[in-house]
Design a protein around this ligand. Structure first.
Ligand code: NDP
Length: 452
């Protein structure tokens, strides 16, 4: 239950570390070596880390394990990038001037993360932030604080100087104290759009940059020429993987009217056969909702959906299982795009199915949301794939795939889904500032009254 004072101490500690000779004297290559060493530490602790994640948020151990297994790759990718971030020598149009740019870190980065993929979402920020030469204070979600503390311990074991990564656990007030702190130089946030808006406002007040990765209501569009077997898998993956508790959930499924009935039948059959149970059991396909408040939110939206549309399966707690947070995979049909279950993020296993007549209409409907995080397109027609993906207002579009992610490939939210880029080599730009340096080469100072 860290609070303002703890955030104050953590920021001061990360500042001290940032300004220390120990940190400042590290070359970019040496920072890369630290990140490599952290990757080794994570590799040696995959079991502990993935169990900590599952015990805290109830997501499948197999899914958390594969996330944790992927993390060393992320740290190694940015380790390699650390000494490849370069400035430019500029072809100046001014006589006698030699100009070049330097890339420099911001200083102390405040990192605030949600509970659904704790270590992975922290890594999206920390790896490029460290590679660029910043230090950081991480405030994880109140629901999933443990893995962040473990990560800080591993960073120390890897040789990071004390203070390079501070973790303050706590509730929203700790997050607010961090994002409004006047001694951080940059904030990187993943979470809900309402909270993101507050974090962005605080950054604006302090005139610091903010990277915001926020909510979504992503469209998963099936065209009549799609491979329907694959598209059914993609629809299930889009909404029931991770119990729907993912920012990129394909929570609005658009079906062409000619395939609607058959597709829904197949989807319902699959939804009803999903194996719910203990997330630590390797046969489980869908685990519980993460915590009471989230369960209540899911039930609230299902109640709203029952008033607005047609419930075809689910819509209730699964009381046959031991544990109170199991929710039946839920599908609504007859959904119109202006209904609340089509516009508001539920963050649970609840799918809204909509129909459309033609390509133009579905693009318009898909874009008719305040969010713009992700989208899926299912078609065998390559021209259509290119046309539609370029017209969708979303930071990532998957064609004949869904929920793919890699450290190599940048993405960021459009519209109210966020500001800035994470992943890929572009992400490191979020953690550096560029300085231009002008050097006069002939010893002649230009006319003091003429600026240009
Ligand atoms: P929240 O926005 O509620 O919380 C995110 C983090 O912010 C938590 O650590 C939280 O602390 C903290 N926080 C709460 N209030 C404030 C505040 N006033 N100032 C600063 N920090 C604050 O999101 P959830 O944890 O509920 O996560 C779910 C949301 O995250 C969904 O909307 C989802 O779409 C989004 N998300 C986006 C992703 C993306 O890449 N775009 C990826 C994953 C999730 P506390 O735990 O105490 O509330």
């Amino acid at each position: 239950m860290g609070g303002e004072e703890d955030i104050d101490r953590a920021v001061a500690s990360s500042r001290r570390c940032y300004e220390s000779d120990e940190w400042q004297s590290l070359t970019a290559t040496e920072r890369g070596e630290l990140l490599d060493a952290l990757a080794d530490e994570i590799e040696a602790n995959i079991d502990r880390l993935s169990r900590a994640e599952t015990l805290a948020n109830g997501k499948l151990l197999s899914a958390m394990r594969s996330q944790v297994e992927s993390l060393p790759g992320w740290y190694r990718y940015y380790a390699g990038l650390a000494d490849k971030v370069t400035g430019d020598t500029i072809q100046s149009d001014k006589e006698r001037m030699f100009t070049f740019t330097l890339t420099e870190p911001y200083g102390v980065v405040g990192v605030i993360t949600p509970w659904n993929s704790p270590l992975m979402l922290a890594t999206y920020k920390l790896a490029p932030a460290f590679a660029a030469g910043n230090t950081a204070v991480l405030k994880p979600s109140e629901i999933t604080p443990v893995s962040a503390i473990m990560l800080a311990e591993l960073a120390l074991d890897a040789g990071f100087p004390p203070g390079a990564l501070n973790v303050v656990t706590g509730y929203g007030d700790a997050g607010a104290a961090l994002s409004t702190h006047d001694n951080i130089d940059k904030v990187a946030f993943t979470g809900g759009t309402d909270t993101g808006s507050k974090v962005g406002a605080a950054a604006g007040k302090n005139i610091i940059p903010a990277t915001l990765e926020l909510g979504g209501k992503s469209a998963n569009i099936v065209f009549p020429d799609a491979d329907l077997d694959n598209a059914v898998v993609g629809a299930v993956k889009g909404i029931f993987a991770a119990t729907g508790q993912t920012c990129i959930a394909g929570s609005r499924l658009f079906l062409h009217e000619s395939i609607h009935d058959e597709f829904v039948d197949r989807l319902v059959e699959r939804a009803e056969s999903l194996a719910l149970g203990d997330p630590r059991d390797e046969n489980t396909e869908m685990g519980p909702v993460a915590f009471d408040g989230q369960f209540e939110k899911v039930q609230k939206y299902v109640d709203i959906g029952k008033e607005e549309a047609t419930l075809v399966t689910g819509g209730e707690q699964r009381t046959d299982l031991s544990g109170e947070l199991f929710y039946a995979p839920t599908i609504f049909t007859g959904v119109e795009n202006d209904m609340r279950i089509a516009q508001e993020e539920i963050f649970g296993p609840v799918l809204s199915v909509l129909t459309y007549e033609d390509e133009e209409e579905v693009i318009e409907l898909a874009n008719d949301t305040e969010y713009g995080l992700a989208a899926g397109v299912w078609t065998e027609n390559v021209r259509r794939a290119i046309r539609v993906s370029s017209k969708l207002e979303a930071g990532v579009v998957w064609v004949n795939a869904y929920r793919e992610s890699s450290f190599t490939t940048p993405s960021g939210g459009y519209k109210k889904s966020g500001i800035g880029i994470e992943k890929g080599k572009d992400a490191i730009e979020q953690y550096i500032q560029r300085k231009s340096v002008w050097i006069e080469t002939e010893g002649i100072v230009s006319d003091p009254f003429k600026l240009i």
